[in-house]
Design a protein around this ligand. Structure first.
Ligand SMILES: [Fe+2]
Ligand SMILES: [Fe+2]
Length: 183
């Protein structure tokens, strides 16, 4: 599998979780109860699967390889992607703080959480669209076959070293069970 195909497959899983998050936000807004552990699972997914694993592959390997192949970082698509990753991190940190505040008794925090949740969902959906339709085709075109093979090996190594065995599969199970409940 090409490195960009692997990243696109991860995007598909991320999009499912964003749909689940949207449904959860709707429930909160219409005062329906949502199990807190589902929100915890989703925030953990954003921190580990999305940020540590997926954004790690892009930021530490794909983007530098594209830069080395002549795609500029500043004032170009890579700079935009990096700043969107940063904005996303801030929304996830906000969600995490709000769920903690809710647990310690600030009952209004759950409703407030739908703001960063909806903003994160919008941001990431358009981010994924830009990567799938603009950035990845550019990478496929600019990176040589051997460079793409090197990236695939780096991705595998990142998963082994930063995620640990079985973590990826455990997240896929989580995606399946949440989508069965909410979608
Ligand atoms: Fe990205
Ligand atoms: Fe991505």
């Amino acid at each position: 599998m090409r490195p960009t195909e692997e990243l696109k497959a991860e995007h598909d899983g991320i999009l499912v979780v964003l749909e689940v998050l949207d449904r959860i936000s709707e429930k909160i807004v219409s005062a329906q109860s949502v199990p807190l552990e589902h929100i915890d699972q989703i925030i953990e997914f954003f921190g580990i699967f999305v940020d540590k694993c997926h954004h790690g592959k892009e930021e530490d390997f794909l983007f530098p390889a594209m830069q080395a192949a002549g795609v500029p970082k500043e004032g170009g698509p890579i700079g935009v992607m990096l700043s969107e990753h940063d904005r996303g991190r801030r929304f996830v940190a906000e969600m995490s703080n709000l769920i903690n505040a809710y647990r310690s008794g600030e009952t209004g925090s759950l409703h407030v959480l739908t703001n960063p949740a909806l903003q994160y969902s919008d941001l990431l959906k358009s981010h994924i669209w830009k990567e799938n339709d603009v950035l990845f085709p550019m990478a496929d075109q600019k990176l040589s076959q051997s460079e793409q093979e090197r990236l695939s090996r780096e991705f595998e190594k990142l998963e082994r070293e930063r995620m640990g065995p079985g973590t990826h599969e455990a997240f896929h199970k989580m995606i399946d069970s949440l989508s069965e409940i909410y979608l």
